[in-house]
Design a protein around this ligand. Structure first.
Ligand SMILES: *Cc1c(COP(=O)(O)O)cnc(C)c1O
Length: 231
């Protein structure tokens, strides 16, 4: 068995454990394998272990993998920062975008989504820890943005995504995830019907699951340590 296959099996067991510890059904949690910087063959290997959903951060790198893996029934999620000149490629090639944090980008994705494809699934990225350097809409501005994005025709607003500031102990890790859960409830009480909390990475997915994550985005724990990302 390859490392990728055994890592995936171990993570699935651990996701199931974390969901049971939170009295949740593991079927309500999607494991998104973050394959950025790893070659198409690594994705192919993960697919042999039953993995379907893959996350990518860099448009050009993702396009090459998507093209090389057309023979497999994979679902591609864009999770990286979005430049406005890349929205068309993203709208044409992905099923999900987790990193929308401004209206202009959402409008372009909606306009550029090919009409024959189903609506593009969208999560708004929230800067939950309020870090200056991070992308994401501020917590206080998330509701206004969500209400606007929910009205765009070729998008389906599914929920929220966050990358909290790193924390070591589980209680500290849970705080920002709890804020995200509360924000999702707030938005649903305003009439939205959001079903997705994309939160938790290799080091904190258990804490995220305890606070209601429905998609965990795991890279390193599946594929191993990454070399520096392309400039
Ligand atoms: C790289 C990345 C991940 C995966 O992080 P790991 O720590 O390798 O699990 C998850 N989400 C986003 C947005 C990323 O950029």
């Amino acid at each position: 068995m390859t490392a990728i296959v055994s890592n995936l099996q171990a993570i699935r067991r651990s996701v199931t454990q974390a969901s049971h510890a939170a009295a949740r059904d593991a079927a309500g949690i999607t494991l998104l394998a973050v394959s950025k910087t790893f070659p198409a063959d690594a994705v192919r290997e993960a697919h042999t272990a039953g993995q379907r959903a893959f996350g990518e951060n860099y448009v050009q790198e993702a396009l090459q993998k998507i093209a090389a893996l057309r023979d497999l029934p994979l679902e591609w999620h864009f999770i990286g920062p979005i430049q406005s000149n890349k929205t068309r490629i993203i709208a044409e090639n992905f099923s999900w975008v987790h990193s929308v944090d401004r209206l202009k980008i959402a409008q372009r994705l909606s306009e550029q989504r090919p009409p024959l494809l189903p609506p593009l699934n969208i999560c708004l990225q929230v800067n939950v820890s309020g870090e200056d350097s991070k992308s994401g809409v501020a917590l206080e501005e998330a509701e206004a943005l969500a209400l606007q994005v929910a009205g765009l025709p070729h998008l389906r607003l599914r929920g929220l995504m966050a990358i909290p500031a790193p924390a070591d102990d589980p209680a500290a890790q849970r705080l920002p995830f709890a804020q995200m859960r509360a924000l999702l409830q707030q938005l649903n009480s305003r009439g939205l019907q959001l079903d997705t909390l994309s939160m938790g990475m290799s080091h904190d997915y258990a804490a995220a699951i305890a606070e209601g994550a429905t998609i965990v985005r795991v890279g390193t724990a599946i594929f191993g340590a990454r070399a520096k990302p392309p400039a």
